[in-house]
Design a protein around this ligand. Structure first.
Ligand SMILES: Nc1ncnc2c1ncn2[C@@H]1O[C@H](COP(=O)(O)OP(=O)(O)OP(=O)(O)O)[C@@H](O)[C@H]1O
Length: 276
């Protein structure tokens, strides 16, 4: 069997008395697409930060089988970034030390940037300032930035947030192409499962200090999520889409409704509760 791209061994993370997750034993295989779900504050971003070594685990270990690439959450970028050309943003992903200085190093760096831009189909806008690009175009450049390092695993933190449906599809197709062609594993943090439902091999669902890992059918069902949340949760399939209703825990008295879902505008999944 091939070496896992990521191996979690009895991994746990807590802040003070608050356990985000613990006892996580998981091998993520090359080319596997794993969606990481859970309510706000359940520790999804912290999981990515722990993989990147930016947050220290409270217990256990995480081992990466190769280079880890990271596509961060889309924030309003600072004005300096907005003035950069797209290809300069992509260039930040290249480790200068790896290519060395001098003309040869510069040429190799440029080739890595060109290749990444080509892989995301961003040639037409890579020379324009980031601030003039659409959200979808910016997101493609962020993925290109991560690809410059030829990652064995790509960590994506809500990469579809604030993108329209067409741009979501472009981003998801890019990631799917990458994992199929290069066996890159995808760890995909999202509140919107439906856009990636056809691609997901397994779901890691974090909630209430615990987790469930398994196929979509194994995790996204009323019984499993009710047990995880410790309160009634109903999972409905409507027109091929998943809608999750209910789901509160000690830490999250608020509920999670993602605009459009329950209204049927095909955005994603909803954890909906009393405020609906
Ligand atoms: N360094 C830290 N020290 C203390 N608490 C922290 C630290 N980092 C994160 N937390 C807390 O851990 C919890 C989990 O945060 P995290 O950002 O991982 O959640 P999340 O599941 O990604 O949430 P969201 O869906 O809102 O993005 C939050 O309550 C956060 O405030």
């Amino acid at each position: 069997m091939s070496r896992p791209s990521l191996a979690f061994r009895d991994a746990g993370l807590r802040f003070g008395d608050r356990v985000l997750w613990q006892g996580l034993d998981l091998d993520i295989e090359p080319g596997e697409f794993v969606a990481v779900l859970g309510p706000n504050g359940s520790g999804k971003t912290s999981l990515l930060r722990a993989i990147l070594g930016q947050t220290e685990l409270s217990a256990g270990a995480i081992t990466a089988g190769g280079t880890v690439g990271y596509v961060p959450q889309q924030h309003a970028e600072d004005s300096d970034t907005m003035m950069l050309r797209g290809r300069d943003l992509v260039g930040f992903g290249v480790d200068g030390g790896r290519w060395g200085f001098g003309l040869r190093g510069m040429a190799r760096r440029r080739a890595a940037v060109d290749k990444a831009i080509e892989q995301v189909g961003a040639e037409a806008f890579a020379n324009r300032p980031v601030g003039l690009l659409s959200g979808g175009e910016q997101q493609r450049l962020r993925i290109a930035q991560a690809l410059t390092r030829d990652p064995a695993v790509l960590l994506c933190d809500e990469p579809l947030a604030s993108l329209d449906l067409a741009s979501q599809q472009v981003v998801v197709d890019l990631l799917d192409t990458r994992r199929r062609r290069d066996d890159t594993s995808i760890l995909f943090v999202t509140h919107e499962l439906n856009p990636v439902l056809p691609f997901v091999d397994r779901v890691l669902y974090l909630a209430g200090g615990s987790f469930r890992i398994g196929t979509v059918d194994e995790v996204m069902n009323s019984r499993t999520l009710s047990t995880l949340y410790g309160s009634p949760v109903e999972v409905l399939r409507i027109g091929g889409r998943l809608v999750v209703v209910g789901g509160e825990d000690d830490h999250h008295c608020s509920t999670h409704a993602y605009p459009g879902d329950v209204l049927g505008t095909d955005v994603g999944f909803a954890v909906a509760g009393e405020d609906l």
